[in-house]
Each structure stands twice: as C-alpha cells, then as structure tokens.
Design a protein around this ligand. Sequence first.
Ligand SMILES: [Mn+2]
Length: 331
Amino acid sequence: MKNEYKEFKKIAERYEKFLILTHKGPDVDAFCSSLLLRQILMEMYPKKTFNIQAKQNPSMRLPNMKDIEMVSKLDSDGYDAILITDAGDLSLCIDDEDSVDDTLPIVIIDHHDTFFSKKENITIINENMSSATEQVYMLAKEVYGKRFKLNEDSASLVQYGIVADTGRFLYDITTPNTHRVFAEAKSIVDVDLEDFAYRNSKFPREATPAIVKYLDSLTIEKDMAYMFVDRVELENDQELRRGSSEAQAFLRDKSLRYIQGVHWGFIIKPDMNTEDNWFVSFRSTKGYQDVRGIAEELGGGGHTYAAGVLMKANSLNELLERVLSVVRKHL
Ligand SMILES: [Mn+2]
C-alpha cells in the first residue's frame, strides 16, 4: 500500500472525532467527495464521529446532504483530526472569522495541480485523478478492500462527482480508471446524467452583478480573450464579492472561448484572503494553445487546455502586465 494511504489509515484508526472540510464556494465534486468520505468512514468506524461543516448547501440535491452541518463559522473545537477533500490546503477552506486549529493532524485528499508547502502534521493524498471523488473512492478501495462496498447513495455520489469535474467525460483529466470507477458505481445505480447536467450548469442569480463587471473588462487580442475584476472593487462591494467566484467559474467555462474568433484566454480573480495574491485561470480549445506552457512560464501549472497560476502582485495593472508579456509571445 502507498505510504500516504497507510498514513490515512493510521489516522482514521487512531483518532475519534473528525472534522471534514472542503474548499470555499464548494462545487459538486467538493460536496460529493466529502459526503462520500464521510459515508465510507462511518461504515468502517461506526463508533466514531465524522462531521462535515460548510457555510452553504449544495446547489442541487445530493444523497445525505442533510447531514452537512451548516455553520456561519467553521470551528474545530472538540475535534482531534481534520480531513479535507477537493482542496490542496486548509487556507482554501477557511476565512478570517473561522476558528480551525491548523496544528491538528490533517489529511488532504485532492486532485488539483496546485501544491502547497508540506507541513509535519499534514498528509497529502493526490494522484491527480479526475476528481476528488475518484480519489476518495480509490483510497477507500485500497485501504478497506472488500469491506468497502458501494450502496445506492455512495454510488450516486461517485457518479455526480466524476461527471461534474470531467464535464461528462469531456475533459482530458478523464482516464481509463475514471471510467472504471464510474462503471462500478453505475452498476449499483443509474443516475440521470441529462437531468444532472442541466441542474449542475445553473448559476445563482447573485452572481449576475459580478458577471456584468467581468464582461465589462472583456478584452480580445487576436484569438485570445481575457477578463478581470480588481481587488478594490470587490473590497468595496459586498454583493460583487459574494458572486465573484461563481461569476468567474461561469465565464471561464462557458463564455471566454465561446466568443466567435476566440479560442483561448484567461480570467483573473483576486484571492480575497491573501493580500497581493491573484488567481489567473487559463482555458483553451483543443488544438489551439498549450496554456499549461504559459502557466508554467508564470510559475503555475495544469493541463494543456486548462491551467492556472497563483501570482503575487501589488496591483491589477502590474499583474496584467506580467501575464500579458508572456501571453503575447504566444499570440
Ligand atoms: Mn474537484
């Protein structure tokens, strides 16, 4: 068994009360992976406590979502270990108002390319799978062997998580293993993918002001487009700030490269938790631009057609200048 898997098992056996967290503004894979993890662990250790805390509900109905504890402030008081899914670092899960003890043993189960500096108390399980949900499934299968069996609830979670993060198997992150895991879940229960895709592509109306703001910044150079919002704008406008993540995701995935004549581009979002930090996400259409190369040049990484980088800059202008100086070499 892989070392991190052994470490996970050790922690699961050693401690009693586990707090499960996922990234802020959780998407379907975030919820599915944490719900799946909770369900599996409760079956394996029925006497132990596994609680998910979140500040918002899933935007669609998921099995056992009523078991997610809705809180206004995440609180690790009374817990002796933390399990994180779909995020590479605790900082992606918490805000200033939360009180989460970062010295507790932490296990991170993730699939993103962004790697953070590793601390002594942190175990990272990340084999770059399609989704955190696939990673949770593989972990459980390996660690618990035949004792781990899917039921209708967990089999639905597996399918929703994978379908959401692979865009119904369209993205390159889909591997033969992704299909194998999906097939195993599908043999237990068959979820309605058409209906799911429709419900999952909805976005909250609260995102509209931020979408308008982003679109206002739209700039097209040759076959590349980009959009941004400035940090100060979000700082001074609660409404804008609340919808900014959903707006960014919506435009990144459904607008940026669907403008006629545009095949690739990037979108900038300030990281509101860390001064000077900005997320730059690149997207491209098959055959047009290797955005991973561009992201790597800027210090980030990712996939050929979906990549990103977390950058430090004192102002939006400074950031834009640096990004564009690299981007323009590829126009
Ligand atoms: Mn994910």
